[in-house]
Design a protein around this ligand. Structure first.
Ligand code: FAD
Length: 394
């Protein structure tokens, strides 16, 4: 039996849920389908279970895309303030952790319950454990074959997210649908992901550093972030490295300023006069974690009493402290990536409605689209904003 719907949304994640509620409130008959056994799985594990659901500093510059302008329209029309209004309506509260990152006081499940309450009140139908077997389009309608029967709809919204964390069932399904309808895409690749290094580096420079964390400024390509860096057993992580991983390409080096905001040369020159007998590793341990200071002086810098450094050597040490270059071997990949770069090429979509330009009725929202945010609530805000905008038009 073909049940007719106005809107069928594939994927009951962040974008799909908000889109469903928005369309339902406009009186559309909405069906939300998901292959998982529950809704909003990535919301539930986000932000360590507290869901960093948005960021006060949301702006287009915090998003990566082949077309950096594409996200502007949706982000301007559905803002963090709009999501906060929704939270207030459901008596949820939040706190800012750092850098504008807002976390839910009642934790991640409360966000999922809120979104579901909105969907339920708007009359949205939900079917879980539903695999999509085939999609076809005829007479201005989409026909879906699924493991739970057949459905037809005027508008089809693809909100199946990206392929990061495959063990949660994440896939690149959205790209396959795009291809089926002749839309271009940018292949997915892991972002917000820890770096790995060669065994030689791990046994050499990085030996004994796992667990050490220090504030840095890191840059690579167009990316620049001032956050904490963490040494791990396999390489580098921490917010600074996760952020810069989105800008990194294989073979490139990342440049690390170990003493951001300080003038290392004048600092070392002053100390050289005041404490000529103090060793470099001792003074570095005042401004860097002790283990890192030791390791740098065992492997990167010759360790001596400060009085014994010539001007040139001191200058080169200062330069390296501000621009330490490391070349990662790779990343941990989709297994641990928080999001994925790439997705449906934005040139194929209307930035206002998220509808495919040449396939009327077909919409793509959320992570499936080639818009990827920084760490810190930006990705959920894109999911909410794109979901809401499509929900206005479907
Ligand atoms: P999703 O939320 O991933 O939803 C996609 C849905 O589609 C899922 O329910 C899935 O089951 C379903 N689906 C997939 N394939 C199919 C298919 N073939 N058929 C039917 N259904 C399908 N972002 C932040 O902003 N703040 C955070 O704190 C944060 N923490 C994160 C922590 C982790 C560990 C991870 C992995 C991600 C985190 N993110 C965070 C990123 C954020 O979760 C995603 O950007 C966001 O969920 C994307 O929303 P979406 O609706 O596009 O996709």
């Amino acid at each position: 039996t073909l049940e007719p719907y106005d809107v069928v949304i594939l994927g009951a994640g962040a974008a799909g849920l908000l889109c469903a509620a928005t369309a339902g409130k406009r009186g559309r008959r909405v069906l939300l389908l998901d292959k998982a056994d529950k809704i909003g799985k990535k919301i539930l594990i986000s932000g360590g279970g507290r869901c960093n659901f948005t960021n006060l500093h949301v702006n287009p510059a915090a998003y990566l895309s082949q077309n950096p302008h594409f996200c502007k329209s949706a982000l301007a029309r559905y803002t963090p303030a709009d999501f906060l209004d929704l939270m207030r309506k459901h008596s949820l509260s939040w706190h800012e952790k750092t850098l504008g990152q807002l976390f839910c006081d009642q934790k991640a499940p409360a966000i999922v319950e809120m979104l579901w309450a909105e969907c339920r009140d708007a009359g949205v139908h939900l079917r879980l454990n539903t695999e999509i077997q085939a999609i076809s389009r005829a007479t201005e309608r989409f026909h879906l074959q699924t493991t739970q029967g057949a459905f037809q709809t005027t508008a089809l919204v693809i909100a199946t997210g990206g392929p990061s964390i495959p063990r949660m069932g994440a896939t690149d399904f959205g790209i396959h649908v795009a291809k089926q309808f002749g839309l271009k895409n940018i292949p997915f690749s892991p972002a917000l992901v820890p770096f790995t290094f060669t065994q030689t580096m791990l046994d050499g420079l990085f030996a004994g550093l796992a667990g050490v964390s220090t504030p840095v400024a890191v840059s690579c390509g167009e990316g620049y972030f001032r956050e904490d860096m963490l040494f791990t057993h396999r390489g580098l992580s921490g917010p600074a490295m996760l952020q810069i991983s989105s800008y990194w390409q294989k073979g490139a080096a990342v440049q690390i300023d170990l003493l951001p905001g300080r003038d290392a040369l004048s600092w070392l020159q002053t100390l050289q006069k005041q404490r000529p007998k103090a060793e470099l590793k001792t003074v570095l341990a005042d401004v860097l974690p002790n283990r890192l200071a030791q390791r740098l002086c065992e492997t990167v810098f010759p360790n001596r009493p400060l009085g014994q450094y010539g001007d040139k050597l001191l200058q080169s040490i200062a330069e390296q402290l501000h621009a330490w270059e490391l070349t990662p071997a790779g990343t941990e990949g989709m297994r641990t990536a928080e999001v994925s770069l790439g997705g449906v090429d934005t040139r194929e979509l209307s930035s206002k409605t998220l509808e495919a330009r040449h396939v009327p009725g077909l919409y793509f929202i959320g992570e499936t689209v080639d818009v990827t945010g920084w760490l810190g609530g930006y990705n959920f805000q894109w999911a909410w904003a794109s979901g809401w905008c499509a929900g206005q038009y479907v």
